[in-house]
Write a protein that binds this ligand. Structure first.
Ligand code: URA
Length: 243
């Protein structure tokens, strides 16, 4: 049997996509503030197929997304929380409708850490990417205060004992880029893990940037503070066999 196309009415579509209460969405539609697939629509109950639906809200273009999957280049001095304490939230860098949809970041970065962070409103995806069972590897570029010796790298690869952990934790990989900069790959996402592991080898983290999650690299052209939708290739990189 042919698969039936999913449909919904315009008022519900806008509401589900994060554009406010059903009442507010109805008012915007009646006020002729919405176009769908290139044409003005002032009927809140008009029904549309959801696949490949393009619409504009007050002149801004949107594509219909059943679920949101994004990446962001997190800046320093932003917190990965909806209720922040000392700094602005990374969610303030996203368009309001996405925040309304209840997107969450997948694992948190410290306020002074920069780099790649994933954001979604798909609970299953969030669980898969953050569950310790799946051990999605993450690569960090770590700038240390003191030069890093071969012995220190060996120690990180063999495993360091962290306070409150039962067994030593080893990096999956650790490569020196310069006297004080290393790339460290971790399978876990424990609290302050990179900083604590570097402290355990008697060094200190001066700068921390996440540059890769699974096979997905932070794109060079994604500027600090910017976000973008994950493409199909990005999603494949996140679910690749090595991940
Ligand atoms: N490890 C840390 O210490 N901080 C981060 O933000 C991420 C990993």
């Amino acid at each position: 049997m042919a698969k039936q196309a999913k449909t919904n009415n315009l008022e519900r579509i806008l509401h589900n996509q994060g554009f406010g209460s059903r009442k507010l969405c109805r008012i915007m539609i009646i006020n002729e503030e919405i176009t769908v697939n290139g044409e003005l629509c002032d009927d809140p109950s008009a029904v549309f197929e959801l696949d490949n639906l393009h619409f504009t809200v007050q002149g801004e273009a949107w594509d219909y997304k059943e679920k949101s999957y994004l990446m962001m280049h997190k800046p320093s001095n932003y917190e990965c929380s909806h209720k922040t304490q000392h700094h602005p939230t990374i969610y303030s860098l996203l368009p309001h409708p996405l925040v309304e949809r209840g997107v969450q970041c997948i694992g948190r970065l410290d306020e002074d850490t920069t780099g790649l962070i994933l954001i979604s409103d798909d609970g299953q995806f969030i669980h898969k990417m953050s569950s310790p069972k799946h051990k999605v590897p993450k690569v960090y570029e770590v700038t240390c205060k003191h030069p890093i010796s071969d012995e220190q790298i060996d120690h990180i690869l063999k495993g360091v004992q962290l306070i409150d952990e039962d067994a030593p934790i080893a990096a999956l990989d650790c490569t020196r880029l310069s006297e004080t900069v290393i790339h460290m790959t971790l399978a876990e996402g424990k609290y302050h893990q990179v900083k604590r592991m570097v402290a355990a080898i008697s060094n200190r983290v001066e700068g921390l940037k996440r540059i890769q999650i699974g096979e997905l690299k932070l794109p060079e052209d994604l500027a600090v503070g910017e976000w973008r939708w994950l493409s199909e290739n990005d999603m494949m990189a996140l679910s690749s066999k090595n991940t």
